[in-house]
Design a protein around this ligand. Structure first.
Ligand code: ASP
Length: 321
């Protein structure tokens, strides 16, 4: 009887530990995006190769973490750090400007193991908002801190700050002046990463300067858990890019997860439902990975900077179809 109880206990313990099916052991997948939008196919070749090179470098950073048994959470944070530091993208350095010509950044990170999540919104001096979001997740009982409160917390945590000369790039100021004249630009170029690690854990991270010419104080979908960022080991990890208000209203990231959970549909079907049936053309796109390593990079805009790398040695980076 004693042996039977012990065996029963072991079976229960084993079945509650979140492991991948045996054929998934040592498998990892990383998918990234650098924003959805309307990048014309005739951008200068040199710029195109800078984008593709940057996406490739970001993938390699994540691959080095994941192939050494690192966590999905570390991988998505470090990949997003790289993209935040890269001026080509609308996050960290390179963020677009508000209607008042200032930077206001949003970011969120989520761990699929236990649904823990951290986010910051409206920060304008933090070099890497995604790392501050991770600190909110791990060092406070809260999910989101905004603006001055977030920056005071960053000081306590000794997080690196950037001054206005770091963020206010001449290129962005010129664009801002230009757009201020036309007032019709809808620039997109957020960054994000989702990863599955060798232990079967999923994580998602997204970071952005938001929409160009947004009102000061506007918060987009990126730091709203379930709108632009979501991860759950039972289903999938999602990072979105596009018109944030649409992603908030439709709870896009968590809806993909819930469709899989409640209706038992595949990742591809769930992503397709949100991107092509719920959202409208030109709203944006998502990158997503499910718990078995299937992934999707779907968008309804003209372009989306994106890339994937996995443990089978496959990798690709793309801008258009
Ligand atoms: N979703 C972001 C926002 O609305 C913008 C983007 O992805 O380009 O803030």
């Amino acid at each position: 009887m004693k042996n039977f109880i012990l065996l029963f206990t072991i079976i229960i313990l084993v079945s509650t530990v979140n492991t991948l099916p045996s054929d998934n052991k040592n498998k990892f997948v990383l998918v990234i995006h650098g924003g959805a939008g309307a990048t014309p196919r005739d951008i200068p070749e040199e710029l195109q190769s800078q984008y593709l090179k940057s996406l490739t470098e970001a993938l390699i950073i994540g691959k080095n973490i994941l192939s050494n048994g690192g966590t999905a959470l570390d991988a998505v944070e470090k990949v997003v750090n790289y993209l935040e530091d890269n001026q080509l993208f609308n996050a960290g350095r390179g963020s677009v400007l508000t209607s008042e010509g200032k930077v206001e950044m949003d970011a969120a990170i989520m761990d699929g193991i236990d649904l823990s999540a951290g986010a910051v919104a409206g920060v304008n001096k933090i070099k890497n908002p995604i790392s501050l979001a991770r600190l909110v997740m791990q060092k406070t009982p809260h999910v989101m801190l905004i603006s001055n409160g977030a920056e005071n917390f960053a000081k306590e945590m000794n997080v690196e700050f950037g001054d206005s000369s770091y963020f206010l790039l001449d290129s962005q100021i010129d664009k801002w002046r230009d757009i201020k004249k036309k007032m019709n630009e809808n620039k997109k170029g957020t960054v994000g990463a989702v990863a599955l690690d060798v232990n079967g854990n999923l994580a998602a991270a997204t970071s952005t300067g938001g929409m160009m010419m947004k009102r000061p104080g506007r918060v987009g979908d990126v730091p709203i858990i379930g709108a632009g960022t979501y991860a759950n080991n039972q289903t999938c990890a999602v990072s979105a890019t596009g018109w944030g208000e649409k992603f908030i209203r439709n709870n896009v990231a968590v809806s993909i997860s819930k469709l899989m959970e409640y209706k038992g549909v595949s990742l591809k079907t769930a992503v397709n439902e949100l991107i092509n049936n719920i959202l409208q053309p030109n709203d944006g796109g998502v990158i997503a990975i499910d718990k078995d390593g299937n992934y999707s990079m779907m968008y309804n805009t003209k372009s989306m900077f994106r890339g994937v790398i996995n443990s089978d040695g496959f990798s690709e980076v793309k801008i258009w179809e």
